[in-house]
Design a binder for this molecule. Structure first.
Ligand code: SAH
Length: 486
């Protein structure tokens, strides 16, 4: 029988893409994988080995370190290739050294595969470089949770006397004592400090404060394990370097595309659909009414796509003069081979200017909640106006929206892409008893409105709008936000 071997493999801080190529390859070759509870299950996607969760899980007790060592030895002795997958780097506070010694003692071949350690990656992902020219030229990594009765306890005075950056792992349970110990040892209480929770996970969070305040704030914000404490001037760089979190409130069907675009512009997207579009049955006299109108206007790409599902409507549109309210709507028409015109301004004035001397009757194919001002203004200008609702905008009832409302304080930017996203977000927060908190978060963060009707609805709701692009598309909104983030 071939001899077994154990690989002590670092899995990185959490994001499966931050595993090394070697880790990935070995997972593919392993017969057995021993992993910890906290690892992202996606890391094991497609792995055909026997999977053993050595962390705590339902109904079973956590294996002791001795138990893990024994299991590694047993599996290797049976001739298997064993991957022991550990968070971050296996030799940094990961007890990887103990496992290696146990294997060495039994004469079992083993190899360590270093990983991206959370002590550097979690600050980095939160916008904190652990060293920075002129600010910190050393990094000290310590454990905040020492085992009782340890021979060499941490010398907090020596640590406090060091300049540079201090990173404390396993630091939640003793955060208050450790921060006090540093201050008692002479570290100024106003030294910048941050906690990075779940670095590299989708739910990554950071709070920043001062050394004197960090324990209180961490408690207030309910910071949980795994999290690390960073102390030092470098923490202040996060203000500029951290990715801004942007809440995207569009319907679920547009979330993926919008999130990808937000990432492209350097933001960290949070999907939170506030609305759904429910298609409405079309009236029987639709074709007649289409026939009567000289011009047909669409106000959204969604409307275009819904209407063009019917070949007879498409046919009727070919002969019409088409108006698209914005570039995305025009694009949706053009993809279908239909040319359209766009008003210079999204208002009845803008429309009137566009239609003057061109046509006398217009049919809107749009949402049932479309702006009445537009049609009224055109009627006043002497046009014949008809309006057929294609769909209705309704509250989404999406759990991701509730999640966003609960965590609104950690959102940097709220992206409102229609007046209904504004209305339903606030209504939902009110129903959850969190309206006041949401309003505070909106006031503290950046509120972006895609266009004028959205901006007006937000003001009507008492929400101050900080940003509105000149061209009413989601992408121009992102471009403007990027520009303002400088
Ligand atoms: N070997 C690991 C550290 C193990 S000790 C490494 O190199 O990253 C476990 C501690 O690491 C946790 O208590 C926490 O302080 C820190 N930690 C691990 N993963 C983390 C993450 N994704 N974000 C923040 N801290 C993390």
């Amino acid at each position: 029988m071939a001899c077994g071997k154990v690989y002590l493999v670092g899995a990185g801080p959490g994001d499966p893409e931050l595993m090394t190529l070697k880790a990935k390859r070995l997972l593919g070759e392993a017969d057995v994988v021993l992993f910890d509870r906290l690892l992202d299950p996606r890391m094991l996607d497609g792995v055909r080995a026997e999977l053993i969760d050595v962390g705590k899980n339902a109904g079973r007790h956590k294996l002791s370190q001795e138990g893990i060592n024994q299991l590694l030895i047993e599996k290797a002795k049976a001739g298997y290739i064993v991957v022991r997958l550990k968070g971050g780097d296996p030799y940094l506070f990961g007890r990887g050294g103990e496992e290696a010694l146990a294997l060495q003692e039994k004469g079992i071949p083993f190899e360590v595969v270093p990983g991206v350690t959370s002590s550097i990656a979690a600050p980095a992902l939160a916008g904190i470089p652990v060293t920075h020219r002129g600010m910190a030229s050393s990094l000290t990594i310590v454990t905040g949770h020492e085992e009782p009765g340890k021979e060499a306890p941490l010398d907090w005075s020596a640590i406090a006397a060091l300049g540079g950056t201090l990173v404390v792992l396993m630091g939640i349970s003793r955060l208050e004592q450790n921060a006090s110990a540093l201050i008692d040892a002479g570290k100024p209480p106003n030294t910048p400090a941050a906690m990075v929770e779940k670095g590299g996970w989708p739910e990554q969070r950071m709070i920043s404060a001062t050394l004197g305040d960090i324990a209180r704030k961490a408690k207030e914000e309910g910071i949980e394990s795994p999290a690390i404490l960073v102390v030092g001037e470098v923490v202040s760089l996060a203000q500029k370097l951290a990715k801004k979190k942007i809440a995207i409130l569009r319907p679920a069907a547009q979330q993926n595309e919008s999130a990808a675009l937000a990432e492209r512009y350097g933001f960290s997207p949070i999907s939170a659909p506030a609305i759904v579009l429910a298609e409405k049955p079309l009236p029987e006299d639709l074709l007649e009414r289409l026939g009567r109108a000289e011009c047909v206007a669409f106000t959204s790409a969604n409307g275009v796509n819904m209407a063009l599902k019917r070949p007879d409507i498409r046919q009727a549109l070919v002969e019409k003069m088409l108006v698209a309210i914005g570039p995305k709507t025009a694009q949706a028409l053009s993809v279908q081979g239909l040319a359209s015109m766009m008003p210079e301004e999204y208002s009845s004035k803008g429309m009137e200017k566009l239609l003057r001397n061109r046509c006398r009757s217009i049919l809107f194919l749009r949402s049932s909640q479309g702006s009445k001002y537009l049609s009224e203004g055109l009627r006043e200008a002497g046009l014949l106006v008809d309006d057929i609702p294609l769909y209705e905008v309704a509250p989404s009832g999406d759990p991701m929206l509730d999640e966003l409302i609960k965590r609104a304080r950690s959102v940097d930017i709220f992206a409102f892409t229609s007046s209904s996203t504004a209305r339903f977000l606030i209504e939902r927060a009110a129903a959850m008893g969190l309206e006041e908190e949401l309003r505070r978060a909106l006031a503290a963060g950046t509120v972006a409105a895609i266009g004028k009707p959205t901006r007006e609805e937000l003001s009507r709701l008492g929400v101050n709008v900080d940003v509105m692009p000149e061209v009413f598309t989601f992408e121009s909104m992102l471009a403007l936000l990027r520009e303002l983030a400088r």
